[in-house]
Write a protein that binds this ligand. Structure first.
Ligand code: F6P
Length: 343
């Protein structure tokens, strides 16, 4: 078979592990040709690609990012895009495309499948871990490692200066990174998009904790955390070329309100893309490898319109419809666990 592969949306640690695994099994076991399209769907539309081989993939397992490059471009952005994508795949003799992406990229993959532009197998990825129908996305564990290490480091400087440290982590619609890193790092308070916060309550909690003789506090804020209606004015968000809100900055507002309301000296750390860059941890390398092997198997089993997923510790396939449309939020029991430690 001739199998295409592309990475779309934001990058994340473990993408190369997936690509490497697909290429390994495709070449060695199935004797396929694997075509790596550059920069997401753009690579199909612009016929920008290279043949991937085991030899070419050597040394990529520990590397962060994606050797294929990535963008948020997709065929449905222009009028003739879908037809062009179909023509290119047909002309090149592409039998199926393995699409590695987050919610946006996989939603597009479902549309491509339904419109029969080419045959699709999806692979979920995002550091946010918000894709439904899979227990865990690769990249998330590495991001939690990075955020936890940052919180550990902030504890000592916070204690030395008796300060409040507000740490902003990624998490556009969900607070998985904030909750996990908050629990692992012993945060005083965690603010997540799933539960709107009241800044007055946050300030009161910190005040109570300090009055009780504890000093220095770590407040972890997911970038998508929102205040309760009418409690805090937020500036209108900037929008990027794909219509995505540019997040980042909620921690500055939270920090200045804490300082204003409590008088405690407060500092901000925004971890940003540090959480997405660099080498994947062993868990993400293994998960990416398992999903890559399963994806090429799914192509040969003709499980098109499906996504490979982790469920009950095993790799399985699920219809793409189950994976897109709704996001996986932080489970109530994990959130309840986290709350036991809030000030
Ligand atoms: O979706 C993953 C994510 O890392 C979000 O947490 C974050 O808001 C977004 O990507 C940032 O995207 P960009 O790299 O386009 O700024």
């Amino acid at each position: 078979m001739k199998v295409g592969i592309l990475t779309g949306g934001g990058d994340c640690p473990g993408l190369n592990a997936v690509i490497r695994a697909v290429v390994r099994k495709a070449e060695k076991h199935y004797e396929d040709t694997v075509i790596g399209f550059f920069d997401g769907w753009k690579g199909i539309l612009e016929e920008s690609y290279e043949e991937l081989t085991i030899e070419k993939m050597r040394g990529t397992l520990p590397r962060g990012g994606t050797v294929l490059g990535t963008t948020r471009d997709h065929p449905y952005m222009s009028e003739g895009g879908p037809q062009l994508a179909k023509e290119v795949c047909k002309r090149m003799g592409i039998d199926a495309v393995i699409v590695i992406g987050g919610e946006g990229t996989l939603s597009c993959a479902l549309e491509v499948h339904n419109d029969e532009l080419t045959k699709i197998v999806g692979v979920p990825k995002t550091i946010d871990n918000d894709i439904a129908a899979t227990e865990m996305t690769f990249g998330f564990s590495t991001a939690v490692d990075i955020a936890t290490e940052a919180i550990d480091r902030l504890h000592t400087t916070a204690e030395s200066h008796d300060r409040v440290m507000v740490v902003e982590v990624m998490g556009r619609h969900v607070g998985h990174i904030a909750t996990w890193a908050g629990i692992a790092g012993g945060a005083t308070i965690v603010l997540v998009p799933e539960e709107k916060f009241n800044i007055e309550n946050v300030a009161d909690s910190l005040q109570r904790r300090h009055d009780a003789g504890r000093y220095a506090s770590i407040v972890v804020v997911a970038e998508g955390a929102l205040p309760e209606e009418g409690t805090l004015e937020l500036p209108a968000p900037e929008i990027d070329q794909y219509g995505h809100q540019k997040l980042g900055g909620i921690s500055q507002i939270v920090a200045s309100e804490i300082e204003k309301r409590t008088g405690f000296e407060t500092r901000v750390t925004v971890l940003g893309h540090v959480q997405r860059g660099g080498t994947p941890n062993p868990y993400d390398r293994v998960l990416g490898t398992r999903l890559g092997i399963a994806a090429i198997d799914a192509v040969h089993e003709e499980e098109f319109g499906k996504m490979v997923a982790l469920q009950n510790g095993s790799i399985t396939t699920v219809p793409l419809e189950e994976a897109v449309g709704t996001l996986k939020t932080v489970s109530p029991d994990l959130w309840a666990t986290a709350k036991n430690f809030f000030a």
